[in-house]
Unconditional design. Structure first.
Length: 323
């Protein structure tokens, strides 16, 4: 896994993935006590950065694999990214999703033409289910984060951050990334290490699902005891990946752990001040930037808003925090 793979993925994604904007607000700067830049991946196709990795992986497949089809497992954002990419290439797609995934993510995945297989994440093993179906049907498994072409696609986010922040004259800042298994975090870290070494990647995670933060601290892969039940479902994983963790060890600073309430407040403030819709898991980085100011030392922080696929009732709850 290297920068050349990320640059190759960028070429395949050109004209397909959006170059998402960097957004700012003086009101958010005031809350954080420093400049806050929001990389709005919630405005990416399918409402999440996951389209980058899905498109990168699918576009790297040969004709025979595309004809047979692909399979993926996801709580929703990777599901939609792979489903849209597969549809664009005319490839069948099977997506394994937890029963507690937001309804909008399940519905959107089906609407993109994928076959959705639901499972209980507390009692069933998605890896076993995915492996069995893949073997039975001869499908290519596209993992959500521990897959080189997926990491390469996510890393294109970092290439854009480097380009845009250089244009803004920001060469020294922390880059907070909402982190589950580490695909986006490691991909951005690789890209910035090459193109903007003064921008330091740090993972943001919800309480009780801070496996990457604990892993970076201990120097070995740590696991979460809980597997579900978080508003931040988009970044809930059992542990960092075997491929992603070594990359994060080399290139990432310490993680920041946020609460669900802080994520909801960040969702509300992002809509109020920037007019963008972010899901709770996709707002963890912004929550870290706004409410954990003592964990930063520089005059600027970049927060990646990773997804905007939020159910209306959860979004309404987030807006209540503004009152």
């Amino acid at each position: 896994m290297n920068i050349d793979m990320i640059r190759a993925a960028a070429k395949r994604l050109k004209g397909h993935a959006r170059h998402t904007p960097i957004l700012t607000s003086p009101f958010l700067d005031e809350i954080a006590g420093r400049r806050v830049f929001l990389k709005a991946e919630c405005l990416q196709h399918t409402g999440s950065f996951k389209f980058r990795g899905g498109r990168s992986a699918v576009s790297a497949l040969g004709d025979n694999a595309l004809k047979t089809g692909v399979i993926a497992f996801s709580s929703g954002n990777h599901a939609q990214g792979v489903a849209l990419a597969a549809r664009d290439f005319g490839a069948p797609a099977v997506i394994i999703m937890p029963t507690d995934a937001p309804k909008i993510k399940i519905e959107n995945t089906r609407a993109l033409g994928a076959e959705v297989v639901l499972y209980n994440r507390e009692t069933e093993d998605r890896d076993e289910i995915g492996g069995r179906i893949a073997q039975e049907r001869g499908l290519v498994l596209i993992k959500p984060f521990d897959e080189p072409q997926v990491i390469a696609g996510q890393g294109t986010t970092g290439l854009e951050i480097a380009e845009d922040m250089n244009a803004l004259g920001v060469t020294d800042a922390d880059v907070m990334v909402c982190c589950g298994g580490g695909g986006l975090t490691s991909g951005i870290a690789l890209a910035l290490a090459a193109d903007a070494p003064g921008l330091r990647v740090r993972p943001a995670e919800p309480e009780e699902f801070d496996d990457v933060t604990r892993s970076l601290k201990s120097g070995k892969i740590e696991s979460n005891t809980r597997l579900g039940g978080s508003l931040c479902d988009a970044i809930v994983t059992q542990q960092p990946g075997d491929l992603t963790f070594p990359i994060m060890q080399r290139h990432c600073g310490p993680g920041v752990v946020v609460t669900e309430d802080e994520c909801l407040r960040a969702v509300g403030l992002a809509f109020d001040r920037l007019r963008v819709v972010i899901e709770p898991g996709g707002a963890a980085a912004l929550a870290a930037a706004l409410f954990h100011t003592d964990e930063f030392t520089g005059d600027a922080v970049i927060a990646v808003a990773t997804g905007g696929n939020v159910d209306p009732d959860v979004f309404a709850k987030a807006l209540e925090t503004l009152k």
